[in-house]
Design a protein around this ligand. Structure first.
Ligand code: 5GP
Length: 206
């Protein structure tokens, strides 16, 4: 299969609390796309309402570490005391089928993917302001104060990494952010280097 006929890997990333999960869900609710979400694996405890195999694959630390040894992750990171990773096999399979696969991951993991999948599309989701991010982390109320502080410190150190991404989308309004991401994915499809092979004969290109 030619590289050009493969699908598209879309990486949504950004600081914790920026609303990546909410934006991703809104993106999948939009009409007119055939995106596939890559379900991550984590050692974190499920939050209330989270479903194994839907929100995450929840596994023990021991199982996760075995999978690291077996090289089963496209990327993984330790984030505030827990492991999070992207199982490699499903992503590869869907990309080979020509699908657009969306990862929603934290920044260290996104930078690992950047090294491995140079033709991926990397989107940094940013808060409208730093204060808005901190307010959101506090309001979420799913973590204890120490964990919230750790997440804030981490977020602060991660802002400068935005320049390593292809696009920045500000999460001012969730539906606006999702719309912009879909527009980016569509534009990426039309990029000359991804699409010219389809029109080769008509355009008489080498
Ligand atoms: P949470 O515990 O809030 O669900 O997730 C914590 C952070 O881990 C979030 O920034 C989330 O995007 C990120 N995350 C979720 N899955 C993965 C993954 O597979 N790999 C990496 N590197 N980060 C992930």
């Amino acid at each position: 299969m030619k590289l050009n006929e493969r699908g598209l890997l879309v990486v949504l990333s950004g600081p914790s609390g920026v609303g990546k999960g909410t934006v991703r869900k809104a993106l999948f609710e939009l009409e007119g796309h055939d995106l596939v979400y890559s379900i991550s694996m984590t050692t974190r405890q499920p939050r209330e309402g989270e479903v194994d195999g839907e929100d995450y694959y929840f596994v023990s630390k021991q199982e996760f570490e075995q999978r690291i040894k077996d090289d089963q992750f496209l990327e993984y990171a330790e984030f505030v005391g827990n492991y999070y990773g992207t199982p490699r096999d499903k992503v590869d399979e869907q990309i080979e089928l020509g699908k657009e696969v969306v990862l929603e991951i934290e920044i260290q993991g996104a930078l690992q993917v950047r090294e491995r999948a140079k033709d991926g599309v990397f989107i940094f989701i940013a808060p409208p302001t730093k204060e808005a991010l901190f307010r959101r982390l506090l309001r979420r109320g799913t973590e204890d104060p120490k964990t919230i502080q750790k997440r804030m410190d981490k977020a602060e150190s991660e802002f400068p990494l935005a320049h390593k991404y292809d696009y920045i989308v500000v999460n001012d309004e969730v539906t606006n952010a999702a719309d912009r991401i879909l527009a980016i994915i569509r534009a990426e499809h039309a990029k000359t280097e991804r699409s010219i092979y389809k029109y080769k004969e008509m355009l008489e290109v080498e």
